[in-house]
Ligand binder design. Structure first.
Ligand code: HEC
Length: 126
């Protein structure tokens, strides 16, 4: 899958724009999660944030505060990766947002898992 993605962004790599992150590539490769990050995303995050990050997962319906769409470019540009990592580990309340965004204290010492989830959130950037 990753190899396939690389083929898709082959032109980007050839132009020397690939810094190993693929973060600001003109064509952003789809993020395929693995391991614990995948389990978290598939079993928890999507229930509220939805498969496409639009905030319309089934568990979001009854919430007083709805998750925003991760596809909101203005919002994406307004938050740092550090902020996203903090929200994911410490919950919405830790950054002055709704406590309906739950904390994930089990990820506190799993920087790699958190980094993958941050990357996933970034992948919805238009
Ligand atoms: C119970 C529902 C629920 C679950 C599960 C959930 N979230 Fe959220 N999330 C929310 C809500 C509601 C907000 C909006 C908070 C606000 O804007 O005040 C939010 C906001 C966010 C934000 C944006 C914070 C900001 O500064 O605007 C990110 C990033 C995020 N969630 C990531 C995740 C990730 C990653 C997971 C899985 C580990 C996850 N969420 C699981 C409900 C949820």
């Amino acid at each position: 899958m990753f190899r396939f993605s690389l083929l898709l962004i082959g032109s980007t790599i050839l132009s020397g724009a690939c810094g190993g992150q693929g973060e600001d590539a003109a064509v952003r490769p789809p993020v395929t999660l693995t391991g614990e990050a995948k389990v978290k995303w598939d079993t928890l995050c999507v229930t509220c944030h939805g498969n496409k990050g639009t905030g319309d997962g089934p568990s979001a319906a009854p919430l007083a505060v709805k998750p925003r769409s991760f596809g909101d470019a203005t919002w994406q540009g307004s938050v740092t990766d550090e902020h996203l990592a903090k929200v994911i580990v410490e919950g919405g309340k830790a950054v002055g947002k709704s406590e309906l965004m739950p904390a994930n204290p089990d990820l506190a010492n799993k920087k790699d898992v958190v980094a993958k989830l941050v990357k996933k959130v970034r992948s919805f950037r238009p």
